[in-house]
Design a protein around this ligand. Structure first.
Ligand SMILES: Cc1cc2nc3c(=O)[nH]c(=O)nc-3n(C[C@H](O)[C@H](O)[C@H](O)COP(=O)(O)OP(=O)(O)OC[C@H]3O[C@@H](n4cnc5c(N)ncnc54)[C@H](O)[C@@H]3O)c2cc1C
Length: 527
């Protein structure tokens, strides 16, 4: 048993930002599933959005964010985070050589899809995530109050006797032993769930664990029907293998068929830089007809210099950049939904916080504007650190607790991981409909994943349980939302239905077995 002031699960940008900003008087422990650097944050290429350009203003960035989110966003949250972005980035830029600058020392600003101005701050060309993470890791290593434990798979939240405060977690170590960790503040920073799909840009450890754990412990989960599919993953021999950042289209690349026909002409006014769901759907239409789509990069000057990581990725996969064409396919990239939190990161369960992609503050609405998520992680990490530093403390942890999970079924009949991924891609993917969603719901139901007792399972089995629980949340929400909006597209109801659905959220709560409307969310968080 280990007691901590702050217990952080995961080691992405949100987790590390929180850890380094916490007061050095606090005892902080980070538990992470594999290595410290194994995280989506490390893979992030394009950059971080902030209204820093001469003609730019946060109000323009706010409008772009709401437009991309199809007005499902929490407008106050959007206002707050977007307005804070320029100062946040300038402060970080002062700390070292993290971001790319021109010869006069001014930050270089890139363009990305659905942004009305150049406002993407980037580092190492297309290695922004790596640069920011390395900076945070350097800071982390100088702090003696922070302990990082690698290869620790967190699998269950511990609740107090009354089951209304989260007081810690159970985790499996590499050798399979179980250890309990206690914390005054328990923070889930486990990222989204890209690995639920056959095609994904996500790190291998990002499979919905934190969301499933929070759900099983009784926290509100929201907006799970909104998943973003990135239009351009590198597509080789029927498999996706890494991301070709939107910044490549921002620099002038265009989407074409084998014979060079542009596929975004007449589809959206922003053409190749249209919102991600529009571009993904368009490419998907072609792929379903057996037609390969390419990014034509022939008009980008010095591609190698501007995009060194993407160049290396392509060359490692046998693509000749001199040919000017990169084969692409869309894949699961970013989850807009997650654990319902306020701006500080407080969930509906006392003592439990969520930050980063695992959380849902409402910033992204129905679809994320490119490069707004690293920003959200940095913002949330800082906000939560301020709140904790200001001295809020719970009474001493009660040693007696309940495991949050029922001592349920032991017999474990679970599908293969690939079956989960393929069925999600086919039935709860880029294009959905009632028939497929019901088929998936019935298929998932048979495993009764919520009921299975976890202690005796291997980490591989636990991963499947979390994938199944998260998949169920996504499928149920996608079936319930009988319209198309942002990342959620239903071919059987292809239009936005503002009358029934505008700013309405679907919330899942396992303990209360209920779904609530937006009004109820606000009440729940206020108590
Ligand atoms: C290829 C790629 C490129 C991207 N490019 C950009 C970009 O340019 N700009 C932008 O804004 N966003 C970008 N994104 C999105 C952005 O990177 C993520 O939304 C963000 O990094 C998420 O950060 P996070 O802190 O929430 O968690 P993550 O970085 O996803 O990290 C989650 C951590 O939790 C750990 N974990 C998971 N489960 C457990 C468990 N059970 N126990 C213990 N630890 C666990 C993981 O191993 C990992 O360390 C990109 C994403 C990808 C995949």
């Amino acid at each position: 048993m280990a007691n901590n002031d702050v217990l952080i699960i995961g080691s992405g940008i949100a987790a590390l930002q929180l850890a380094v900003k916490l007061s050095s008087n606090l005892n902080v422990r980070i538990l992470t599933k594999e290595k410290l650097r194994t995280a989506n944050s490390y893979l992030a290429q394009g950059g971080i959005a902030a209204a820093l350009g001469e003609n730019d203003h946060p109000s323009k960035h706010v409008v772009d964010t709401l437009e991309a989110g199809r007005f499902h966003n929490n407008q106050e949250v959007v206002q707050e985070i977007i307005t804070a972005a320029p100062e946040l980035i300038k402060n970080m830029a002062r700390q070292g050589e993290i971001f790319d600058k021109n010869q006069h020392g001014k930050l270089l600003l890139g363009m990305e899809g659905a942004h009305s101005e150049k406002r993407i701050v980037h580092g190492g060309g297309d290695a922004t995530g790596k640069n920011v993470m390395e900076y945070l890791i350097t800071e982390l290593k100088q702090k003696r109050n922070i302990t990082v434990e690698e290869n620790v798979f967190t699998y269950e939240l511990l609740l107090n006797n009354e089951r209304n405060i989260c007081i810690g977690v159970k985790a499996k170590k590499a050798a399979g032993s179980i250890q309990k960790f206690y914390g005054h503040h328990v923070i889930i920073a486990t990222g989204g769930c890209g690995q639920l799909y056959t095609y994904t840009s996500n790190a291998k450890t990002v499979s919905g664990d934190g969301i499933a754990m929070a759900y099983l412990a009784g926290a509100d989960i929201v907006d799970m029907e909104f998943n973003q599919f990135h239009p351009t993953l590198l597509y080789i021999n029927g498999e996706t293998n890494g991301l070709i950042s939107e910044a490549v289209r921002g620099e002038g690349a265009i989407l074409v068929t084998e014979d060079g026909t542009r596929i975004m002409e007449g589809v959206h006014p922003l053409k190749d830089l249209g919102p991600r769901h529009v571009v993904s759907q368009r490419i998907y239409e072609y792929l379903k007809k057996g037609k390969q789509i390419y990014l034509d990069i022939s008009n980008i000057e010095d591609f190698r210099g501007r995009f060194p990581s993407i160049t290396a990725l392509c060359e490692d996969n046998g693509i000749r950049l001199a040919d000017g064409k990169i084969p692409v396919a869309p894949g699961s990239h970013f989850l807009m939904g997650g654990i319902k939190t306020d701006l500080i990161g407080r969930s509906s369960l006392n003592g439990l916080y969520a930050i980063g992609e695992a959380s849902c503050t409402g910033l992204h609405g129905a679809n994320r504007l490119a490069s707004n998520s690293l920003l959200e992680g940095l913002f949330q990490g800082e906000q939560l650190s301020k709140w904790i530093n200001e001295g809020w403390k719970r009474p001493q942890i009660q040693p007696k607790h309940h495991d949050c999970h029922p001592k349920g079924e032991k017999a474990v009949h679970l599908p293969h991981v690939q079956q989960i991924k393929d069925s999600m891609m086919e039935r709860v993917g880029i294009v959905r409909n009632e028939v497929n969603l019901k088929k998936q719901q019935a298929w998932l139901q048979q495993f009764k994943a919520e009921m299975i007792h976890l202690d005796t399972l291997t980490t591989q089995q636990l991963t499947k349980i979390f994938m199944l629980v998260t998949a169920k949340l996504m499928t149920d929400a996608a079936l319930k939302r009988t319209e198309s909006r942002g990342g959620h597209f239903r071919s059987d109801c292809p239009n936005e239905d503002d009358h029934h659905w505008l700013r309405k959220s679907i919330i899942h709560n396992y303990k209360q077995g209920r779904e609530k409307s937006n009004e109820h969310i606000e009440t729940a968080l206020a108590t």
